[in-house]
Design a protein around this ligand. Structure first.
Ligand SMILES: [Fe+2]
Length: 151
């Protein structure tokens, strides 16, 4: 296990989670109009989830002998729902990338590898859900739905 690099990488993840917490919370607050009925809860829920991740990995950074990051990465503000979702997708994709990079520094420490692998699945689920919201799922080969008439 490469502790210095793992601490640095987890702090990179915490910076993203802090940005996600602030950004999702801001979106939940500023979104107005009929869309608010559906999306306020989504953004507020994701803000809570991100705060949970800030606490989870901050605790791990301390256990590893480091100091948890307190500086968020870039927060992107908007009042437009589609832009909110695009910005959210960027954040979640970055989270998957950084947690995946963190895996490299776990060596053969099974507990940390397992924790990160489970966590990457959680972040990846968020990515896939937002891709569905934005209709960004690409049909692959025979997975394309065709009507029986055209078959
Ligand atoms: Fe997260």
């Amino acid at each position: 296990m490469d502790k210095p690099n793992l601490i640095a990488k987890l702090n990179e993840a915490i910076a993203l989670e802090l940005a996600a917490l602030i950004q999702y919370n801001q979106y939940a607050q500023v979104l107005l109009g009929p869309e608010r009925i559906v999306w306020e809860e989504f953004f507020a829920g994701n803000a809570d989830e991100s705060f949970g991740h800030v606490k989870k990995f901050g605790a791990k950074v301390v256990s590893l002998g480091g100091k948890p990051c307190v500086e968020p990465s870039e927060v992107v503000q908007t009042n437009d729902l589609t832009e909110m979702l695009e910005n959210s997708l960027n954040l979640e994709r970055n989270a998957v990338r950084v947690y995946t990079e963190a895996l490299e520094f776990c060596g053969n420490n099974v507990a940390y590898r397992n924790m990160l692998e489970d966590h990457i699945e959680v972040e990846n689920d968020d990515v896939e859900e937002i891709e569905k919201f934005l209709n960004k799922i690409e049909a692959v080969g025979t997975a394309r739905i065709t009507s029986s008439k055209s078959a």
